[in-house]
Ligand binder design. Sequence first.
Ligand SMILES: *Cc1c(COP(=O)(O)O)cnc(C)c1O
Length: 428
Amino acid sequence: MPTLEDCRALDAQDPLRALRDQFLIPEGVLYLDGNSLGVLPKAAPARIAEVVAREWGEGLIRSWNTASWFDLPQRLGDKVARLIGAAPGEVVCTDSTSVNLYKVLFAALSQQKDSGRKLVVSERSNFPTDLYIAESLCRERGFTLKLIEAGELQGPDSVLTDEVAVLMLTHVNYRTGAMHDMKAVTAAAHAAGALTVWDLAHSAGAVPVALNESNADYAIGCGYKYLNGGPGAPAFAWVHTRHAGKFEQPLSGWWGHAAPFEFTPHYRPAPGVARYLCGTQPVIALAGLECGLDTVLAAESFNGANGAMAALRAKSLALTDLFIQLVEERCAGQGLSLVTPREHARRGSQVCLSRDEGAYAIVQALIARGVIGDYRAGDSQMPDILRFGFTPLYLGFEDVWNSVEHLVQVLETGEWRRAEFNRKNAVT
Ligand SMILES: *Cc1c(COP(=O)(O)O)cnc(C)c1O
């Protein structure tokens, strides 16, 4: 079994260790929730203050041109592209993940409207907002949302039939941390005549993604999780170039117009992904997102042409492997089960554990000790989950050791049974 000394030795040999200096992390906090809200980049407070005081305060409206506010969604989109296997000009940063999903799913459904196909397929365990958006769009556009269990995509009884218009999946499942093989699933969907919509909320900045190589159709993702863009940061949208210039944008606002400052009375969509913009962009929030993106792109310097994600992935897997091994050895007999796949090719950058009793309270007891993970409620078909995200940018091997040490103590002392840890908060 690895010891604390072994973990320290791994940190000492870790070439990515210096990346942690890019962040402001409170003293005494072990942050295992970067999959929900990334930590604050050191550069962000000064950069945001500069945008407010100088660009807004002094530049005023001139800053749309002089401070390059106007092309922020595209410029940041090009940075995101480097992390998700897309090319420059294919991504915009804008709106929220939920809103972007509405836009891309609408576009995919429009492309299939004369195909006779009536089904949108997604997973029952997908993140609720994705299902809610799909539900209302299907109702509005005359499609039916079909929810499947994980694993129903493969095999001779695959749900991918000639009735399927769109396969809408989240690449890394938010509850379980299970990851799809994007290339194989996309190929299977295309063979069945369906288009794919991928949600990269738990992938962008967390695992390598190869959108173009996978031949995917549409993708969206989140700015405030592994991209460290700040609470409610703008999200992103990508579309394959074969659909660019063809797809419809249902929120046809003036920022997606081919010439917004001609002020013509009729909508004419901008070529390519720029039409995914709707209204005036949140400049201050975009400035925060750029600071976050730069913290991830800083890993490029460790892996040259292979990009930031290849370097980060190796460390992420080492961290999650270590966490799994330590939990299984040191918490044996404590009722915890591993939910996340062991197989590297099927694992995102998080580890989820389930327990029949006390999952919420155990997480609360850990938070009181400064070990911040989170809890996701189960139902009749899914267990309650303790969820731990591992961001290789700012977590080390000793952090993993210490997190497990706290978990061992919380379980062995029964500390989690205290009343204060069993009262539910509004945000879990
Ligand atoms: C986090 C997450 C979202 C968040 O959507 P918002 O519009 O930012 O609230 C959406 N989908 C998935 C799969 C997520 O994990």
